[in-house]
Design a protein around this ligand. Sequence first.
Ligand SMILES: [Zn+2]
Length: 229
Amino acid sequence: MVMTEAAREALDGILVAAWYDKRFGDLGTAAASVLAMLLRLYAHEGRPPSAKEIAAATGFTELETARLLTALSQHDLVILERDGAAIRGAYPFTQSATEHSLTFVRRERTLNTMCAIDALGAGAMCREDTIIRSGCHLCGVPVIVETRNRGMALDEVRPRSAVVWTGFRASRGCAADSLCTALVFFCSDGHLDLWRASGKTNDGRRLSVEEAFQVGKSLFADRALLGGG
Ligand SMILES: [Zn+2]
């Protein structure tokens, strides 16, 4: 899915910074299927499902579901509220206010996403066309991206000069609070350069929106598949 050198380097950088080996390496099939169902319900309802709803959909008991949700939270794939019961987010989606939202066109559900890459990959994950609304990380001017072919192809990008910065900020256990804050849109190369010149960033890659879309697709396209597809 990743076609260019810059996109491949960005993907590698994200995989390392987000500890992907650790997060997915020892994840059991039960936890993976709970995650897939959780993401499907989240996208379908436009809000996080309860443990009870996940249990009903997967066939696991509520107790087992709660245990698997804790495991997913320890792997930083699901973010739980402080009380440990309710779901506050699951990459790519979050209940927190962020710079990025996406609308599933067919069902008219709008959700916030953790970062620009998550927003770009969510349509492929759900095999649905999406409209992504974000803004330039420097000037705030709206950046709007549409996907088609059930989220698998990039459609219109406004402004056409928009680019994505993928900064490799090590996630230290919670990507939402670290790495995700470094995966952002800019309205133009000029504004990305201005922002970088301010010294707020270190290692990372500048991607076209198409390249960032390829990275998002490769991270998320398989995440909500059930039973291996
Ligand atoms: Zn700008």
